[in-house]
Ligand binder design. Structure first.
Ligand SMILES: NC(=O)c1ccc[n+]([C@@H]2O[C@H](COP(=O)([O-])OP(=O)(O)OC[C@H]3O[C@@H](n4cnc5c(N)ncnc54)[C@H](OP(=O)(O)O)[C@@H]3O)[C@@H](O)[C@H]2O)c1
Length: 329
């Protein structure tokens, strides 16, 4: 597993990390402690040292499982990023310094650590990013030693640029994949110039880019790929990268038939495409099985994609995908 530095002033992270939203059971499947530990163990055994979670995933369950897991292994190299801002104590309009501090104390307790490696603002409404007071509260927590670094998970380029006005922002977490290429020119160069690390969520467009779904695939009632397909519950971009499901399937077929080379599968193509952008620090695919963890981690050792494949994917995005993406981006 290759590592990259997260931001100019950050720590080393495995270039393939793991997203732990799934461990909270929010995808319609209540993952047992044993199953969660198997997934995290497989991650560590395959060189993954960066875990992404949030206070709100399973109402603290994801953080608690990670905290318990860290006690069972040699955790010296593992870095855990968590988030604040989407749980009911704060979202959508109750952001105060006291709420932030109390939330961080909860995360510290669940994760079983004295100081958080990285606390990310969790897609908080843009007016709070623009107002900026929340960044001062984060600085205070850093001075107190409760957090080591802070960053922000954002939905739009504009929000990312606002956050980057703060020179001590370590990282941005963004949706970036074959279907969401706008950031290639509008955010990645700016982040690189400022030394801001880039953490990529939805690298597989919620699984669409694995090529395993078809028109008959069904998802559990409590899985956002069922209930948030058209943005009914939160930003439509967080589900299938903002594409209408059937359009997404069409684009995947297009890639399989016209772009995918015989030496790769869809997961490898999708994850490798992201890692080929040097501004990216780490990708955090979520996983529902150990098998998925193994195949995702293995992408780190693959060669970059050819210039022809990159050009074909850029063309597909510009001519077909761009106009089908919904939601602020
Ligand atoms: N606002 C935010 O800050 C925010 C929002 C969303 C996500 N996140 C973070 O980003 C992480 C990643 O995003 P995501 O999980 O939504 O999307 P994703 O990584 O694009 O998709 C994850 C899904 O893809 C499938 N998958 C993964 N690896 C696979 C493989 N090798 N082969 C076949 N299928 C595979 C699994 O689907 P099945 O379950 O069907 O097997 C898995 O649940 C989350 O876990 C979370 O930590 C943050």
């Amino acid at each position: 597993m290759k590592t990259r530095k997260l931001g100019a002033n950050g720590f080393n992270v495995s270039e393939v990390g793991i997203g732990c939203w799934q461990l909270g059971g929010n995808w319609g499947v209540d993952i047992s402690k044993d199953a969660a530990f198997d997934i995290l163990n497989e991650a560590v055994n395959n060189g993954i040292t960066f875990f992404d979670t949030a206070d709100v995933y399973g109402d603290g369950k994801s953080e608690s499982l990670i905290g318990e897991f860290l006690k069972t292994c040699d955790a010296a190299d593992i870095r855990v990023a968590t988030k604040f801002g989407r749980a009911g104590n704060a979202y959508p309009d109750k952001y105060t310094k006291d709420v932030l501090k109390a939330t961080v104390e909860g995360s510290l307790k669940r994760l079983g650590v004295d100081s958080l490696d990285l606390l990310q603002l969790h897609c908080i409404p843009p007016q709070y990013l623009k107002d900026g007071a929340v960044f001062d509260w984060l600085r205070d927590l850093k001075s107190e030693g409760l957090i080591k670094h802070f960053g922000a998970s954002v939905e739009t380029v504009e929000e990312g640029l606002v956050c980057m006005e703060h020179d001590d922002l370590l990282s941005l977490q963004v949706i970036f994949n074959i279907f969401r290429q706008k950031l290639v020119t509008e955010l990645l160069p700016q982040a690189e110039a400022k030394g801001v690390g880039i953490i990529v969520r939805l690298p597989l467009a919620s699984g669409l880019l694995t090529g395993k779904f078809d028109a008959n695939t069904t998802f559990a009632e409590d899985d956002h790929r069922n209930f948030n397909r058209d943005g009914q519950a939160f930003n439509v971009g967080e589900t299938f990268a903002g594409l209408p499901y059937n359009k997404g399937l069409e684009f995947v077929e297009d890639i399989k038939n016209n772009i995918l080379t015989s030496n790769l599968n869809m997961v490898q193509l999708a994850l490798r495409w992201i890692l080929d952008h040097k501004a990216v620090s780490t990708i955090i695919p979520g996983a529902s099985s150990t098998k998925q963890v193994v195949s995702n981690a293995a992408v780190s050792s693959l060669e970059p994609l050819s210039a022809e494949v990159h050009a074909a994917l850029t063309e597909l995005y510009k001519t077909k995908v761009h106009d089908a993406i919904r939601g602020g981006y």
